[in-house]
Design a protein around this ligand. Structure first.
Ligand SMILES: Cc1cc2nc3c(=O)[nH]c(=O)nc-3n(C[C@H](O)[C@H](O)[C@H](O)COP(=O)(O)OP(=O)(O)OC[C@H]3O[C@@H](n4cnc5c(N)ncnc54)[C@H](O)[C@@H]3O)c2cc1C
Length: 459
């Protein structure tokens, strides 16, 4: 992808994109001005009734709650394990040392079809707090080019959404254990009580993919082995990283910055660098049309082809330098077959080619897997097929439980690989919020009419 010159000189050579690694170095933890209404602490216990229960308050749940607010639906409760909007998202990015989003400014959890302050507007409002590099990225976004969004800006924007859409007072810290759909209501059992709702929107996100059982003999991982969403021992001097995606790249970079010697095991023949998480066409209607409504086997094939681990271009120069300097050893085209304790408290990985790689610690970044409702809903309601739920393509409601719908990665077989991304949530949210608000109105719930001036003509 080529980036046009803007402000300071851009490093572009013909049609090939030369990355600027310093884009990854956005400051984190700046003191943003608080929105006029400071967010309230999460509610203690969920209420016994609500028009809509949203399970999960990540970027997807926040988008749903904001959209319902615009639709005039006020009796909404968000149930989240951590009790903080987008808490898990920021905990994960901070643990990895990820300071910028992979998605550009136009991907934001704001509301489609309603006038609102969007992520780019928000960044412009806080121009004085942005670094010169961050300002250039805002200009890139304004000019319609790919842009890099600081996690700091995104977090402050999420807080803005929470405050301006009445979300803070609707979040309860609770673990949802069971969602039982009936004809006229849905009963949601949590560790802090039961809520009966007219509609439930599942936004539980994704969980880490676990190592195959053949890597060790079941049970807990061998000492020294961690997953990407767990802290790595600080005193490690030699670290092995397994995986080929952006998360693995963050782990490798973090380990190099901590002065460790790193061994990186990649199953594919080599690293794959690209701007976005998935091919850009899947963020557009024509890309989504390639998956929605086509035969199931074609969807699976498309998904397998395009949902491929990749790394932002900006990582490339530093990783190549580290490899050339011998601090990073990359084992390309190698499958792990076994992980076990090694001599002297180390952990040893056996590779399919016969090689053994040892480290003080091994971090596994094997990808993520959508939560599709299994374990919460009855299996008959999920209608699981090849790991995906059976959904109404128009409303994203479960075919066998029409009062329960999904926003997030679980909608992948309808919206394509971008369903797991912030932009996919916005597309899914527009469908779900419209359907849920319409149903509540038909059933006579008190839904405020959105102010006429708020609705964008023709969207
Ligand atoms: C490190 C990392 C970086 C990423 N960067 C980007 C990016 O830059 N741009 C982008 O578009 N996408 C990015 N993604 C993809 C990203 O996962 C999504 O954009 C976003 O986090 C998904 O939002 P979500 O609300 O679906 O899930 P989450 O953010 O995971 O939120 C789900 C919430 O639901 C809660 N929950 C789940 N089950 C229950 C239950 N039973 N009871 C109560 N609460 C429950 C969870 O605790 C969590 O708080 C990234 C992913 C990772 C892992």
């Amino acid at each position: 992808m080529t980036r046009a010159p803007a402000g300071a000189p851009r490093l572009t050579t013909g049609a090939s994109f030369v990355p600027e690694p310093h884009l990854l170095d956005s400051p984190r933890g700046r003191d943003w001005p608080r929105p006029p209404l400071a967010p309230l602490p999460p509610r203690d216990d969920p209420p016994s009734h609500a028009d809509v229960v949203v399970v999960g308050a990540g970027p997807a749940g926040l988008a749903v709650a904001s959209a319902l607010w615009h639709h005039g639906v006020r009796d909404v409760v968000l149930l989240d394990r951590g009790g903080r909007a987008c808490g898990r998202f920021f905990a994960r990015t901070d643990l990895l040392g990820q300071h910028v989003l992979r998605s550009p400014y136009e991907h934001h959890p704001g509301v489609e079809g309603f006038r609102d302050c969007e992520l780019l507007d928000f960044a412009r409002l806080h121009w004085g707090r942005l670094t010169p590099t961050e300002r250039r990225e805002v200009r890139m976004a304004q000019a319609g080019h790919r842009s890099v969004v600081p996690v700091d800006v995104f977090e402050a924007y999420c807080e803005h959404l929470v405050t301006t859409h009445g979300v803070a007072e609707r979040i309860c810290r609770a673990v949802v254990r069971e969602v039982l759909p009936a004809d006229d209501q849905v009963v949601v059992h949590t560790d802090r009580g039961t809520v009966t709702a007219r509609h439930v929107v599942l936004c539980p996100g994704e969980e880490r993919v676990l190592a195959p059982s053949s890597w060790w003999d079941g049970g807990a991982a061998p000492p020294g082995v961690t997953y990407w969403d767990e802290p790595v021992a600080r005193d490690a001097r030699r670290q092995v990283v397994v995986g080929a995606g952006l998360t693995a790249a963050h782990l490798v970079t973090g380990a190099l910055e901590a002065g460790r010697e790193v061994h990186w095991v990649i199953r594919a023949p080599g690293e794959h660098y690209q701007c976005a998480d998935v091919n850009a066409k899947f963020f557009r209607p024509e890309g989504r049309a390639r998956i929605g409504g086509v035969p199931w086997a074609d969807r699976l094939e498309l998904f397998a082809r395009y949902r491929r681990a990749s790394i932002m271009f900006e990582f490339r120069p530093a990783l190549e330098r580290a490899e050339a300097g011998g601090r990073l050893v990359v084992h390309r085209g190698e499958d792990v077959t076994r992980i076990a304790a090694g001599p002297g408290g180390t952990v040893e990985l056996r590779l399919a080619g016969g090689r053994r790689v040892a480290g003080d610690t091994a971090a596994l970044a094997l990808g993520t897997k959508p939560e599709i409702g299994l374990g919460l809903l009855p299996a008959s309601a999920v209608g699981e097929r090849d790991g995906w739920p059976e959904l109404d393509e128009r409303t994203l409601a479960y075919t066998h439980a029409p009062r329960v719908s999904v926003v997030g990665a679980a909608a992948g077989m309808v919206l394509g690989p971008a369903a797991r991304n912030i932009d996919g949530h916005r597309v899914a949210t527009a469908r779900v919020a419209h359907a849920v608000a319409g149903s509540l109105r038909r059933e006579g719930s008190s839904v405020d009419a959105p102010p006429r001036s708020e609705v964008k003509a023709g969207v």
